[in-house]
Design a protein. Sequence first.
Length: 233
Amino acid sequence: MLAIGVFFFGCEKPTAEKIAEIYQLQMDPTPENLATLHELLDAKDRDLRVTALSAIVTLGVDDAAELAVAALNDEDAFVRATAAKLVGDQDDPALSGFLARVLREDPDALVRKRACQALARIGGDEAAPALITALRDPDSLVRLEAIKGARRVAPGQGSARLAELLAADPMWEVRVRAASALSLCGDPAAGEALQVALSDPIEFVRAAAAKALADFRPEPSPKRIAGDPEGTN
């Protein structure tokens, strides 16, 4: 057992050594060592905070979800990004509201990207509206994850914005994903957008549009949902 007092023996210890000791605490989760991990969540060094957070939440302690959600407000973006993943790891749809807020408000693109991935995993009442809204995120990688997530939790919805992305997004990977997602949108406008994309300058986009058209099945437009102010048409 690693005694609590030994952990911070010598403040001059390199961060790597302190991180190694955190993993030792995790491997021996006595009440005393768990208490130390909790204390390290307030460490000044962000690498110690994020390692302690991952260690204690991964252990599945009773307050794991609460700790992960609290870390979504950390001053450091890397800690918040890790926290978003850990919230998703809880597989609890009731936590979707916390992730939706992060996706709407966090200034860091990596954090928003992780929030997209976590929402796609847990679903929940606020997942679909948040992911559809994130189709307009200023960061291309967030948009890419938002498309993937929306396709999983809200298939067939957000077609208006998907059509816009297919037509004009500067990142061809986003256009490919948008084409694939539009195959689930049965409204005529989706089919028209896919037809236009057959002339995209990027071969992969053209191929994705062709496949989407082959899978396309026209049907009444999906019901409009909150978070998609223009509707799904």
